[in-house]
Design a binder for this molecule. Structure first.
Ligand code: AMP
Ligand code: MG
Length: 393
């Protein structure tokens, strides 16, 4: 099945998290808004000057110099503008009642008697930011399901909010399966490799605002698999890597079948063909293939959108855009490929060796180059590019 269909299927089985919490803005970065943010203010709250200059009523400017009747700084409340005068005004200061335009100071001449004339014509509304130009009272400024970042938090601050209702964090247990795995820092024994997936996933999940329970390395053993799964306590998702390749003793699958349900998918993507999804005692389980390239791609394309959707995020698919290929692809594949690539001089190029040095190539890369199944590419043909920055958050 295509991974788009799988993403759909996963979406259907998703229980949205309902619990919310109210947090100070400073703690909301990376979290998901639980309630629409509705403006209780007009922004700007009053008409204000976009320039340093002179506020005037257009009808009063006849070409005769005008007396400056007041000086209005940002943060002050002006008097109504006296008829036949102008007001010195600074950027962000409220426009006085009666003024309908602002002449910028560069177009003003101050005479020796302190009166002012303008060297350029004026129009009604010039250099005035009207009340409610950005937002009006009652408008929905951000919808529930929005992921909050610096810009959204700034917007909430501009509306005077010092706290927001956010969806509680998703609790994810990360399991690394494989008898060959050992943690970095320990001496490497025969046949062993260091566990890198755990670091990739735990750090990635933390960036996504998840609560991470690092459940360590799980040996390839049914009894221990059962016991470890049972001991995880209350989590929203168990995310494991490894042990889903064809032909391997599939202990995760057996445990799920015994105490829950299991679906094993073969995805038409490369890397990342086998993927397990199921439940263990009611807790959703996603089993990613253990090859670090497969883990990377399946997490980015499936597990990440799944986790965002659990929190009620509406837009879970990463941005992708078309670029001309800067490489040739002579042999059509039967699976959709996600190559580690970069944009150079406006064209997508790919790491010289896509099969090995997976994390090195991904560290070099700026994104995934998506090559559709059954296609060949010549230089200049269009390919999709998914920036890593789109998914690594
Ligand atoms: P598996 O999906 O268990 O068949 O693993 C596929 C390949 O990925 C094997 O070469 C494993 O040694 C390797 N692998 C599995 N898990 C990890 C891990 N956590 N870190 C690094 N490599 C891994
Ligand atoms: Mg394994």
């Amino acid at each position: 099945m295509g991974h788009g269909d799988l993403a759909e299927q996963l979406a259907k089985t998703i229980d949205l998290l309902v619990e919310q919490e109210v947090l100070p803005l400073a703690e909301c970065d990376g979290r998901v808004l639980a309630q629409d943010l509705i403006s209780t203010l007009d922004l700007p709250p009053w008409p204000n000057s976009a320039m340093d200059g002179y506020a005037v009523r257009l009808a009063d400017w006849t070409g005769e110099p005008l007396v400056v009747s007041q000086r209005i700084f940002a943060g002050t409340a002006p008097e109504p503008l006296a008829a036949g005068t102008c007001a010195r005004i600074f950027t962000g200061a409220p426009v006085p009642q009666g003024a309908d335009c602002v002449q910028m100071q560069e177009n003003a001449v101050v005479h020796t008697d302190q009166r002012v004339s303008f060297t350029e014509p004026l129009q009604m509304g010039d250099n005035i930011r009207p009340q409610g130009q950005e937002t009006t009272v009652g408008e929905t400024v951000l919808s529930a399901g929005t992921r909050l970042g610096p810009i959204e938090l700034g917007l909430a601050a501009s509306l005077g909010r010092d706290r927001l209702e956010v969806v509680r964090r998703v609790r994810v247990a990360v399991l690394s399966t494989g008898d060959e795995l050992i943690e970095p820092g320990l001496p490497l024994g025969p046949g062993q490799i260091y566990n890198s997936n755990r670091r990739v996933l735990c750090s990635w999940l933390m960036r996504m605002g998840c609560e991470v329970i690092d459940a360590g390395i799980l040996p390839d053993d049914l009894e221990q698999t059962r016991a470890r799964l049972a001991g995880l306590g209350s989590v929203d998702l168990i995310l494991s890597t490894g042990g889903v390749s064809v032909g391997e003793a599939d202990f995760l699958g057996i445990a799920l079948r015994e105490e829950g349900e299991l679906a094993l998918w073969k995805l038409a993507i490369k890397p990342g063909k086998p993927l397990t999804f199921g439940h263990f005692r009611g807790v959703p389980v996603i089993g990613l293939p253990g090859n670090p390239a497969s883990t990377l791609v399946t997490f980015a394309l499936l597990a990440r959108p799944y986790l965002l959707r659990r929190q009620g995020v509406l837009e879970v698919q990463p941005l992708r855009f078309e670029v001309p290929a800067g490489f040739v692809w002579p042999k059509p594949g039967n699976r959709r490929e996600y190559l580690r690539g970069r944009i150079e001089q406006g064209k997508a190029i790919i790491y010289r060796n896509q099969s090995s040095g997976v994390l090195r190539s991904a560290a070099w890369a700026e994104g995934f180059v998506e090559v559709m199944e059954g296609t060949t590419l010549a230089i200049g043909d269009r390919v999709n590019f998914i920036p890593l920055s789109e998914v690594l958050n």
